[in-house]
Design a protein around this ligand. Structure first.
Ligand SMILES: [Cu+2]
Length: 270
């Protein structure tokens, strides 16, 4: 399948083949890392983001990245390198969109949040694009074909790493988060909203006029409280941070998370 011992004129000189092969192997590792970051974020909490398309897109990125990384190790075909470029460029495009005000799939992150995952993904995808683009430069070339035993070991290793890490992440997030959460819609004793698993709890909080409501971020990711009418807007709340607002007038106040706009809640002031 991939072992061809005879001379291939398209492979160029052995030096060219080596440079192209190293570029392809590094690109494979970078794409794999970027995909693992997306899988980790998914299992570590992004699967709870109310817009299900966000979670699906992270899983799709992880799976596509693992497959493309394996293909890059095994094959030097232009179509495989273009697929690698496609995954990396697509990831960078989604990254850029997620940093706009509108966001993507209910996610509007800021800068290099979450840290360090955003920085890792940004670096790996940018470097992968550069390396894969370089393999199209004739002087560098597409690299040598990989011998079957090395290819089998490399792909088995990548699959094993992805499966083991996914299993660890999936197991590690089963513990329920701390924080008393009131039944939805029931009056809370203390005027408090706990943010956990990408949700405001309770999502509808009833409080008397004049009460101060505290939002506590008990999640592993930053969130921000932003009311629909702009009457209260928090700074981004890192894990452990809280935000307070005093409600002096009766009414129903809808709010969202400014970072994950599909997270929504309401304070009913009576
Ligand atoms: Cu949020």
């Amino acid at each position: 399948m991939i072992t061809e011992q005879h001379t291939d004129p398209a492979a160029g000189t052995s030096t060219d083949a080596r440079a192209g092969g190293i570029a392809r192997l590094l690109a494979a590792l970078l794409v794999l890392t970027g995909g693992l970051v997306h899988l980790q974020l998914y299992f570590d909490g992004y699967r709870n983001i109310p817009n299900a398309n966000l979670g699906r897109s992270f899983v799709a990125n992880g799976v596509a990245s693992v497959l493309v990384a394996i293909a890059l190790v095994l094959r030097r075909d232009a179509v495989v390198r273009l697929a690698g470029l496609g995954v990396a460029v697509g990831t960078l495009g989604a990254f850029a969109l997620s940093r706009t005000d509108r966001g993507i799939f209910g996610l509007a992150e800021r800068g290099l949040q979450p840290s360090p995952q955003a920085a890792i993904a940004l670096f790996t995808e940018l470097a992968a694009v550069a390396l894969l683009a370089a393999t199209f430069v004739p002087a560098i070339g597409s690299g040598r074909r990989v011998a079957a035993p090395a290819a089998i070991v490399a792909s088995a290793t990548m699959i094993a790493v992805a499966v083991v890490m996914t299993a660890l992440w999936a197991r590690g997030t089963d513990t329920p988060a701390a924080g008393a959460v009131t039944e939805d819609g029931a009056p809370a004793d203390a005027a408090g909203v706990t943010i956990v698993d990408f949700a405001f709890g309770p999502d509808v909080l009833t409080a008397p006029v004049g009460s101060t409501v505290t939002w506590s971020n008990a999640d592993g990711f930053a969130h921000a409280v932003a009311s629909a009418d702009n009457s209260f807007v928090s700074e981004p709340l890192d894990p452990g941070d809280s935000f307070q607002h005093t409600f002096d007038t009766a009414g129903s106040f809808a709010y969202i998370c400014a970072i994950h706009p599909s997270m929504a809640g309401t304070v009913v002031v009576e």
